[in-house]
Design a protein around this ligand. Structure first.
Ligand SMILES: *Cc1c(COP(=O)(O)O)cnc(C)c1O
Length: 364
């Protein structure tokens, strides 16, 4: 690390370990099968691609800083109040707005043991103290969160379904958490994978019912636009008003706004991706279970495959790499005996099952 003797960043900044994204390259392999970042194997809706191309004609114009058309489209599809939606450069930016606005030196930000890495990074970036709370068998434990929460707790981040576990929390438990948190604490429910769950609103109804709950969503997963960087949040008016003050007026460009609007409007395509994912996820989970590699029931577009030991998980990762398949090691999420595998298309799923079957047989 390079440090200057006098010119120093704010406290906390140098404690940040940079976010590790899923790898996409393997030496010696021209065509890798990338199953490390929970990307949609089918890509975005053709309508989103057309809108993106069309936006090229107006690149000399500043974008609509109010995001009015995109917010209206989101509101219509999800039955929400457009006035309480905020859009950002990925949900990462919404998470950053929330920590910047509500957390700072002296305050604490709770995330769960196996929770998404950006919560900790954003908390440190804001000068706050991240607090990791244990899970119970890879599931969010509301009592443990309540035990850790106090008058310094500014935010509690929970992803539902969670990444990298794929598990969900019962609705009544989330409602109990929202009800029981200290009065100054905001509960942030990250619904990056909400669209994969049939008939699930990502807890939008809880947001509507309370003044201390915010929901974040993304176009990076089911909408297949991870490279574009668009996410959004939905919350009570007092929160949306505050975080809009820290948002740069032109945080999203015209192609982002146009492509996201078209993507969310293509509900047939979204339904198609959801159905394909459910079918392929079932096949992958049962194919691996049959050869002795269990996973928790996942509601998302990945499964967390568990191995007998850390060495076993690492050896399987290496065996997959030799075949040009990249999955995600999750030791950094305190799950060193597991590998997170994104659900690819049907062919990709068969390739993974075959590779892990061979691995298991060689080790036996
Ligand atoms: C992938 C993911 C996101 C999405 O981040 P973007 O910045 O919108 O791409 C958010 N939360 C979780 C838990 C995720 O896994």
């Amino acid at each position: 690390m390079t440090q200057h003797p006098i010119i120093r960043p704010q406290p906390g900044i140098l404690d940040i370990a940079p976010y590790q994204g899923g790898e996409s390259r393997l030496d010696g392999h021209e065509q890798v099968l990338k199953l490390s970042s929970n990307e949609n194997p089918f890509g975005p809706s053709p309508k989103a691609l057309a809108a993106y191309a069309d936006a090229a004609r107006s690149l000399h114009r500043y974008p609509d800083g109010n995001h009015a058309a995109l917010r209206a489209a989101i509101a219509e599809i999800h039955g929400l109040d457009a006035g309480r939606i905020i859009c950002g450069a990925g949900s990462d930016e919404i998470i950053a707005f929330l920590t910047q606005t509500y957390a700072g030196p002296g305050s604490e930000v709770i995330h769960t043991e196996h929770g998404f890495g950006m919560y900790r990074i954003s908390a440190l970036a804001a000068g706050a103290t991240p607090v990791s709370v244990p899970e119970a068998e890879r599931r969010t434990n509301v009592d443990a969160i309540l035990a850790a929460a106090n008058e310094r707790t500014a935010l509690v981040f929970i992803a539902d379904p969670n990444n990298p576990t794929g598990t969900m929390i019962e609705r009544a438990e989330i409602a109990r958490l929202a009800e029981s948190l200290p009065p100054r604490t905001l509960l942030v429910l990250d619904g990056a994978y909400a669209e994969y769950v049939p008939d699930f609103d990502g807890h939008a109804s809880l947001v509507d019912a309370r003044d201390n709950v915010v929901m974040t969503r993304t176009f990076s997963k089911i909408h297949g636009l991870g490279g574009l960087r668009v996410g959004w949040g939905y919350g009570p008016a007092h929160v949306i008003d505050a975080i809009n003050r820290v948002r740069g007026p032109f945080n999203l460009g015209t192609p982002q706004l146009a492509a996201a609007e078209a993507a969310i409007g293509d509900t047939d395509y979204t339904a198609h991706c959801r159905a394909e994912n459910a079918r392929n996820r079932e096949r992958l989970a049962s194919g691996l279970a049959e050869i002795g590699v269990p996973s928790d029931p996942s509601e998302a577009n990945f499964i967390l495959a568990r191995f007998g030991s850390v060495a076993e998980a690492e050896a399987c990762d290496a065996a997959l790499r030799r075949r040009g398949i990249i999955v995600r090691k999750v030791a950094g999420y305190n799950l060193p005996q597991a590998l997170r595998i994104t659900i690819g298309d049907a062919k990709a799923v068969e390739r993974v099952i075959e590779a892990i079957t061979d691995f298991v047989q060689v080790r036996a």
